[in-house]
Ligand binder design. Structure first.
Ligand code: ZN
Length: 508
């Protein structure tokens, strides 16, 4: 685990000292009148401890201070790194996070590193916010998943010293950044674990361990209890599997006397593997389907850090857990399930199973009458068609709540886009034999999935749905995001909880 400390000077034991560098506000202008102390390509290195020879090295390597560009200069008593932050007038917290991640990768064989990266960040970005983003970037960039390697090569970076002013606020920024990023890494670990290893029973066990460590209330429903709760959606999906389902509920309550602005329910789809069931997926389509519990992983990730971050709100996480397999008694297309709410669903496609387990979880969340609900699910390929691999679909029944979540996403560098839930599209879910069917027409599948879920939400409760099918898993490394599980949603949800205000009762 990475530790962060502060010092006023570069510590003697630091093996690398990293300095942040911005490109100038108008690179082209600077290029034409480059003079002493100004980098010929418009990069301002004047304030840094670099010799003429160092500058020549950087120039030779074409250092332009683009976001995440890292150059290590050795030859003196201690290697130094310059870390690009991009143009000073455009810099964002996301850029600082990316720069931190790039540094963590470049320095992965060094145990002790010191940084003075946020010194270069212009004042319009708060220093402590920048520090938290830097720490997040370093932890997220240092992440690797080696649980199934016979000789794992983890990132060796163990301690990072932030050089500059210390104090309580700085320590808080470092702690928060670290806890949030560790929660993201924990979610990534869960997503990256194969479906045959992270069974529903094990997933539930991990959740209980988190609850014990963090002082949360935990309830685990086993198959018998799930039957008793009449969760027909979860049971219907679990029917073709040898692995019994679980339903996990974890609750965080602010300390008595602390500010408490209400309660939020987080619901995460926990499909530990999705073969599609009898409506079976293609071989290629199944390769990444261990990631179908990413929503549940994000919820558990949030719960793993919520006590440390201590938002002013009661938080309950609900995670229905099962895999979707093809055993001899698997749910058949055409079967009708009776959900926990009593509503009936004709299952025409057994691969549209996420909404079935979420329906029961949403019903249960509503019974507790929270001030707001948000669910996260790798729900539809249609959402990826609409928004591509990096943006989540955001929809719901309450504009104020949707705005709070979109703002949290914006602040934390996770991308969402608001999709509509047009009431008249609901007719696509009409079934001749049951209250509804589990699939809509050929187009707008992300929306009809959202509309399906809305049938199981009390319309007086502000509710939002995040379709994270795109950003939950990736096969390309990008900034602070590694290949595999991304931990998408953890950062924005923790931020939304910290800044939570009960949304107005307005619905629509
Ligand atoms: Zn599916």
């Amino acid at each position: 685990m990475l530790s962060f400390l502060t010092a006023t000077k570069v510590p003697a034991r630091s093996q690398l000292h990293a300095m942040g560098v911005c490109a100038s506000e108008a690179q082209s202008e600077a290029k034409s009148k480059a003079t002493n102390g100004s980098w010929p390509d418009g990069v301002d290195l004047s304030g840094l401890d670099l010799s003429e020879a160092d500058l020549a090295v950087l120039q030779g390597r074409g250092f332009e201070a683009t976001v995440g560009q890292v150059e290590i200069i050795s030859g003196t008593e201690r290697p130094r790194a310059v870390v690009g932050l991009g143009p000073a007038n455009k810099i964002s917290l996301g850029d600082v996070r990316k720069a931190g991640a790039a540094l963590a990768r470049a320095a992965k064989r060094m145990q002790k590193v010191s940084v003075a990266i946020t010194d270069a960040v212009p004042e319009h970005i708060g220093r402590n916010e920048a520090l938290a983003a830097l720490v997040e970037g370093i932890v997220l960039g240092a992440y690797s998943y080696g649980d199934f390697k016979s000789t794992p090569k983890p990132n060796e970076l163990a301690s990072v010293c932030v050089v500059g002013a210390g104090g309580k606020a700085v320590k808080h920024a470092l702690d928060t950044g670290r806890r949030v990023a560790e929660a993201v890494c924990f979610a990534r670990d869960l997503v990256n674990e194969p479906g045959g290893s992270l069974t529903p029973a094990k997933f539930a066990q991990v959740a209980v361990q988190v609850a014990e460590r963090e002082g949360l209330e935990a309830t685990v429903l086993d198959l018998k209890a799930i039957r008793k709760a009449k969760m027909g959606g979860l049971l219907g999906v679990n029917r073709g599997s040898e692995q019994p389902a679980r339903f996990v509920e974890l609750t965080y309550s602010p300390e008595s006397g602390a500010d408490c602005r209400g309660s939020v329910a987080l619901v995460g789809k926990g499909l530990t593997f999705d073969s599609g069931g009898l409506s079976i997926k293609t071989g290629t389509g199944m390769m990444t389907m261990k990631c179908d519990m990413s929503g549940g992983a994000a919820v558990l990730g949030v719960m793993s850090a919520v006590a440390a971050v201590a938002p002013p709100v009661k938080v309950t996480g609900y995670i229905p857990m099962t895999d979707n397999m093809l055993g001899g008694d698997a749910t058949r297309p055409g079967d009708v399930l009776t959900m926990a709410s009593g509503k009936t669903v004709e299952v025409l496609n057994t691969d549209a199973e996420g909404r079935l387990v979420l329906a029961d979880a949403l019903e249960r969340a509503c019974l507790a009458e929270p001030d707001a609900i948000v669910d996260l699910a790798t729900l539809t390929g249609a959402c990826m068609v609409a928004l591509g691999p990096k943006v989540a679909g955001l929809m719901g029944n309450n504009e104020a709540w949707i705005t709070q979540l979109a703002d949290a996403a914006e602040r934390t560098g996770e991308r969402v886009w608001h999709l509509p839930l047009p009431e008249d599209y609901k007719a696509q879910l009409d079934s001749p034999v049951a209250d509804m069917k589990n699939i809509g027409g050929p187009h707008g599948g992300a929306i009809t999935a959202g509309l399906f879920l809305s049938n199981f939400v009390d319309e007086q409760i502000p509710w939002a749905h995040l379709d994270i099918a795109g950003p939950a898993f990736t096969d390309t490394e990008d900034g602070e995001i590694p290949k595999g599980g991304t931990g998408f949603g953890v950062r924005m949800l923790l931020d939304a909880l910290i800044n939570f205000h009960p949304p107005t009762a307005q619905v629509g």
